[in-house]
Design a protein around this ligand. Structure first.
Ligand code: MRU
Length: 353
């Protein structure tokens, strides 16, 4: 078993810039990038150097803070320029709710400083750091509450990456898993998302190895067989956006896992902070699904594996209807049943809007 490594924080504010761990290079290389302007933050989000819905929210918040610093020499124009920057930042990736949520929070702080713009940049840096710290606390609560749902000796399957790399803290679904592991409740973790971006194989496996958790990576297409053999006690995944009726958008392949879980009577849990919940959307049909560039499918590690001229469909996310979800774990409590929408609305009453 590997020795436990110190907590991982893939994004940090330093002085007048943001440091991010380039996740496209993991696990081979640990390269830190220093982003000094908001355009570089947008680029890092779009190119998946920084990813995972809550972490993208934190990055977007730092992006607004960087824009405020960039324009602080002209306080008279700050409000208008910040609005333009905020609009560009919130469009960087469309599916995750946390980016828009964080940018809105930042713009509320900017609005409070309309009469003293010279103080806005400091206030915005502080707000972005608060957003990150709150996500860290939310992750800890989600980890505790989610671990309570798992029986002892559980074998848990998780999809994509929802750990420290994807959040401001210890992770959502992966936070549940590492908490349960530290309580001695887990027998094994199965990690999927072996295509197109290998977020499970590259990132989750790396995080679990780092944390000393016994993990097995399997091709996405093997999940059904594994469940049929009775090897999976529960599926725990994260979310990018949760609609008011409990429909959940998450990394492509999540819906398939939910259907398989139901077929095999395996509970299917979603772990996410309330900043991922979007009560303005009545159901999952209204969630925008990001389509990403073809090369993520046609190429593996820079090598073309699909014949030239063949068309590609690269939907980065899918929507799992709420009725497939046994419980949604947030920092404010667990919404049970499918759909878990009534419980969800109650949880939002205590959240930071
Ligand atoms: O495309 P990504 O890597 O940003 O997608 C990540 C996921 O889908 C995660 O499951 C989700 O963001 C939850 S992260 C806590």
């Amino acid at each position: 078993m590997a020795t436990e490594a110190p907590p991982l924080t893939p994004i940090r504010w330093r002085g007048r810039s943001v440091l991010v761990l380039d996740q496209t290079l993991l696990p081979g290389e640990e390269v830190w990038l220093e982003l000094t302007d908001y355009g570089a933050v947008i680029d890092a989000i779009q190119n998946m150097r920084i990813r995972g819905a809550p972490c993208i929210g934190v990055a977007g918040a730092y992006g607004v803070a960087l824009a405020a610093l960039e324009y602080s020499a002209e306080p008279g124009r700050l409000a208008r320029r910040l609005r333009t920057a905020a609009d560009q930042i919130r469009r960087a990736r469309p599916t995750g709710a946390n980016l828009d949520w964080a940018v809105r929070r930042m713009m509320n702080v900017a609005a409070e400083h309309a009469s003293r713009p010279e103080a806005a940049a400091d206030a915005l840096v502080a707000e972005a750091q608060r957003i990150q710290a709150e996500d860290q606390d939310a992750n800890a609560a989600i980890g505790r509450l989610g671990a309570e749902l798992l029986p002892t000796e559980a074998s848990v399957l998780t999809h994509c990456n929802t750990g420290s790399l994807a959040t401001g803290g210890g992770g959502t679904a992966l936070g549940v898993i590492t908490t349960a592991w530290s309580q001695g409740k887990l027998a094994r973790v199965y990690a999927t998302e072996t295509r197109p971006l290998l977020q499970g194989a590259r990132l989750t496996a790396w995080e679990l190895a780092r944390a000393g958790v016994d993990a097995t990576v399997l091709p996405d297409s093997a999940a059904g067989s594994l469940m049929r053999r009775g090897c999976v006690t529960a599926v725990v995944v994260g979310a990018d956006r949760i609609a008011a009726n409990g429909d959940v958008a998450n990394k492509i392949g999540t819906y398939t896992l939910a259907v398989l879980a139901r077929e095999h009577h395996v509970p299917f849990y979603v772990a996410a902070p309330t900043s991922t919940v979007d009560l303005d959307l009545p159901n999952g049909n209204a969630i925008p699904i990001e389509e990403r560039p073809d090369h993520e499918v046609t190429h593996v590690a820079g090598v073309r594996i699909v014949a030239e001229g063949v068309s590609v469909l690269n939907m980065a996310f899918d929507v799992t209807p709420g009725e497939y979800v046994n419980a949604i774990v947030t920092e404010n409590g667990v919404a049970r049943g499918g759909p878990a929408s009534r419980g969800l609305a109650r949880m939002m009453e205590h959240s930071h809007a």
